[in-house]
Design a protein around this ligand. Structure first.
Ligand SMILES: Nc1ncnc2c1ncn2[C@@H]1O[C@H](COP(=O)(O)OP(=O)(O)O)[C@@H](O)[C@H]1O
Ligand SMILES: [Mg+2]
Length: 229
């Protein structure tokens, strides 16, 4: 099991987004999270990736606690450990969030260079390899505004893969794409899962979820139901 969510709750003021939800994800598993707009799908992904702090419960990645409840407070892992755990779970944002002033290669190299993951040379060759596997060869020097939506999304995926995550989350990956690009994204997601990366996809695209998911989690009224397929 790579991800284990236990008794997680999150409210914004009086707005209970979700309450006491638990689920787990295995290595290479593809899980879809669906639910109507406003049911808390993005908030859940943000809690899993430490962009938002839950109120209660715990998130465990590769048997290390990202955060857990300790005498009624959420405590994150210690600083050094936290950095390592956060690298294990990546997020591809709905609007991709590429750095607009950096070209494709710079977008990919920024985080691993900052985190001193490896030598510049090795980081660059890893980026080249990923760009090749995502059919982005020749786009190294392009800026995000020069790319199509599908290409920007693949750059965002490549960037998220630079840190070798065990889990990759996608927020509404098909919402901005046409039919053809949608087919491409399912191919890429299957490829990543075949490499052992666990995939969590938030989507309200039921056909896409039915086609790709091994497990479907539905969020409704602050609760989840889990449907293995
Ligand atoms: N930063 C925030 N501050 C206050 N309320 C928020 C914040 N982010 C989300 N919400 C509220 O939490 C609920 C769930 O939002 P969200 O997770 O974006 O839903 P979804 O992604 O399923 O459409 C909504 O009622 C939304 O208004
Ligand atoms: Mg959302």
């Amino acid at each position: 099991m790579v991800l284990s969510v236990e008794n997680l709750s999150k409210s914004f003021g009086a707005n209970i987004v979700f309450h006491d939800i638990s689920f787990s994800v295995n290595k290479g598993e593809i899980v879809c999270i669906r639910g109507k707009s406003g049911e808390g799908k993005t908030t859940l992904l943000r809690c899993l990736t430490a962009l938002e702090t839950p109120d209660k419960g715990s998130v465990k990645i590769n048997n290390m606690y990202l955060c857990k409840e300790d005498s009624n407070h959420i405590k994150y892992a210690q600083k050094n450990e936290l950095q390592a755990i956060r690298q294990e779970i990546g997020l591809v944002f709905q609007n991709f969030n590429l750095f607009p002033h950096m070209n494709v290669m710079e977008n990919l190299m920024e985080a691993p260079l900052f985190l001193k993951k490896d030598s510049r040379e090795n980081i660059k060759s890893r980026a080249e390899e990923l760009l090749k596997s995502l059919e982005l060869e020749g786009k190294e020097d392009s800026y995000p505004f020069q790319l199509s939506g599908g290409q920007q999304q693949r750059v965002a995926i490549a960037r998220a893969c630079m840190l070798n995550p065990s889990v990759l989350c996608f927020d509404e990956p098909t919402s901005a794409l046409d039919e053809q690009t949608r087919g491409q994204i399912s191919k890429i997601i299957r490829y990543l899962s075949s490499k052992g990366i666990a995939i969590i996809i938030v989507t309200h695209d039921n056909a896409f979820a039915d086609e790709i998911a091994q497990k479907i989690i539905t969020m409704k009224d602050g609760k989840i139901t889990i449907e293995p397929k």
